[in-house]
Ligand binder design. Structure first.
Ligand code: HGY
Ligand code: MN
Ligand code: MN
Length: 416
C-alpha cells in the first residue's frame, strides 16, 4: 500500500494530455478556440470523457451538459469530494484556462488508479458547461444551474448571436443529459486553475492559496440616438450614439481607476448600428464588466455608472439627448472559500516545499458558485507574464505538476 504522503502525480502525462486537448480548436498563434457547445467543444468533451472512462470513472451528464466522472469510494453513501473546471474557451483563448483544472483532476484520478488507491468517500471530476459566458450568457452557466443560482430554463433558452439556443446546441453535440439539476450534494470541491494575473510570477511563488473571489457585475447597454446622413447633417443637429458611447467607455475605465487598486472596468463588446461608414450611428449595443474585491465598493461603482448614463440621457456630456438603457445581466458578491480547505491547500504546498501565498481571484470561476453549496477552495499556479484570455497564454510544466500534487493531497486529505 503506497504511503499517500509520498504519492505524486505524473507531470509528463499531465502536460501531454493538455497538449493533446489543445490540438482541438488550435489557433494560429498557439491558442485555443472551442466556444461553448460548438462542435469543437463537443470534440473536446468526447476526448476527455474517453480519458475519464480509461481512468475508471463512471460518467453521468446532467440536464445542462455538466459532465461528472465518479471514482467510487469505499463508502458510497458519502458525498463525493470533487474537482474540475471547464474546457470551453474564449475566442482567443489559451491552452490552460479551465483545461488545466480538468486535466489536473484527471491526473489525480489516473494516479489513484495506477496505485490502486480507494478513498473512503467517492471522488468526482467535473467538466462544467459554458464557464466563459462568451457565446451564451450567463457566465459560469453550468455550475450556476447545478447549484441552483439560476433556473435550468434560463440556461436552456439562452441564445447566441445567431439565435441558436443552449438546448439545441447541447442536443447537437449529444450532451443533453438527464441527471437532474440542481445537482447532487458535494462533500467538497477544489479547483486548480492558472492565476490569469501577474502576482505569483512577480513574487516567484508556485502555489496561490485562493481565499475567495471578487464581486462581479455584468451589464448590457443600449444607446439610441438617430441615424442620419454623414454628409448633409450639420454637427449641431446630430444625435450620434457612438460619440455618446465613447464617453461611457471612458467612464467605465475612470470609475475602475477611481476605485484602484482593486477596481476593474471593461467594455469588451461594442456594436454600432447600422455600421455603415456614411451613416451617423443611430444605436449602440455594448457590454460592461465591473469587478471589485469589496462588495460595498462595487455598489458605489454601480452608482457612478448609473450617474454617467443619466448624464448621457440629459445631454450634459454631448449637448444632445440620447436614450440609454442599462440592463443588469449578472452579478455575484465577493465569495470567501472554505477555511479548512484553504488551510489544507496551504499545508500541502508547505509540506511539498512549494513557495506559496494567499490570494483572491480576480477572475470568476465555477468554484464561486459551487462555494454557495459546498466547502470550496482553489489552487492557483502562475501563468507566463500573467497573460490569459489570449492565445499567448502559457505555463511551466513544473508549476502545473506542483498544482496537481497539491490537488492530490487536498482531495485525499478530505476523502479519507
Ligand atoms: O469572466 C471571468 O472571469 C471568467 O474567465 N469567465
Ligand atoms: Mn477559467
Ligand atoms: Mn476564462
Amino acid at each position: 500500500m503506497t504511503n499517500t504522503q509520498t504519492l505524486s502525480i505524473n507531470g509528463q502525462r499531465l502536460w501531454q494530455s493538455l497538449m493533446d486537448l489543445a490540438k482541438i480548436g488550435a489557433t494560429p498563434k498557439g491558442g485555443n478556440c472551442r466556444l461553448a457547445l460548438t462542435p469543437l467543444d463537443g470534440q473536446g468533451r468526447d476526448l476527455v470523457v474517453g480519458w475519464m472512462k480509461d481512468a475508471g470513472l463512471d460518467i453521468t451528464v446532467d440536464q445542462v451538459g455538466n459532465i461528472f466522472g465518479r471514482r467510487p469510494g469505499k463508502n458510497p453513501d458519502l458525498p463525493p469530494i470533487a474537482t474540475g473546471s471547464h474546457i470551453d474557451t474564449q475566442p482567443t483563448g489559451g491552452k490552460f484556462d479551465g483545461c488545466y483544472g480538468v486535466m489536473a483532476g484527471l491526473e489525480v484520478m489516473r494516479t489513484l488508479q495506477d496505485n490502486n488507491i480507494q478513498t473512503e468517500a467517492p471522488l468526482e471530476l467535473i467538466i462544467w458547461t459554458n464557464e466563459e459566458g462568451t457565446r451564451f450568457v450567463p457566465v459560469m452557466m453550468g455550475s450556476g444551474v447545478f447549484t441552483g443560482v439560476f433556473p435550468l430554463e434560463k440556461a436552456l433558452s439562452a441564445t447566441d448571436k445567431e439565435g441558436k439556443t443552449v438546448h439545441d446546441e447541447l442536443v447537437n453535440i449529444d450532451y443533453a443529459g438527464d441527471a437532474p439539476v440542481p445537482g447532487h450534494k458535494l462533500g467538497g470541491y477544489i479547483e486548480a486553475h492558472i492565476e490569469q494575473g501577474p502576482v505569483l510570477e512577480a513574487e516567484d511563488k508556485v502555489i496561490g492559496v485562493v481565499t475567495g473571489s471578487l464581486s462581479l457585475r455584468w451589464y448590457d447597454v443600449r444607446i439610441t440616438g438617430m441615424e442620419a446622413h454623414a454628409g448633409p447633417t450639420p454637427m449641431p443637429l446630430r444625435r450620434d450614439s457612438l460619440y455618446a458611447a465613447s464617453y461611457l467607455v471612458q467612464d467605465v475605465v475612470h470609475i475602475a481607476n477611481d476605485f484602484s487598486p482593486d477596481g476593474r472596468g471593461t467594455v469588451g463588446e461594442i456594436h454600432a448600428f447600422p455600421c455603415s461608414r456614411n451613416v451617423i450611428p443611430g444605436e449602440i449595443k455594448m457590454t460592461i464588466d465591473m469587478r471589485h474585491v469589496d462588495s460595498k465598493a462595487i455598489e458605489q461603482m454601480d452608482a457612478q455608472l448609473r450617474a454617467a448614463c443619466e448624464d448621457l440621457r440629459t445631454g450634459k456630456r454631448t449637448g444632445y439627448k440620447v436614450d440609454v438603457e442599462l440592463t443588469d445581466v449578472q452579478q455575484f458578491a465577493s465569495t470567501p472559500f472554505d477555511t479548512d480547505l484553504v488551510d489544507a491547500v496551504e499545508k500541502s504546498a508547505r509540506q511539498r516545499g512549494y513557495g506559496n501565498r494567499r490570494i483572491v481571484t480576480g477572475a470568476g470561476h465555477d468554484a464561486v458558485y459551487v462555494a454557495t453549496v459546498a466547502p470550496t477552495a482553489m489552487i492557483f499556479v502562475p501563468c507566463k507574464d500573467g497573460i490569459s484570455h489570449n492565445e499567448l497564454e502559457d505555463a511551466k510544466p513544473e508549476h502545473l505538476e506542483a498544482g496537481a500534487n497539491v490537488l492530490l493531497d487536498t482531495m485525499l486529505d478530505h476523502a479519507g
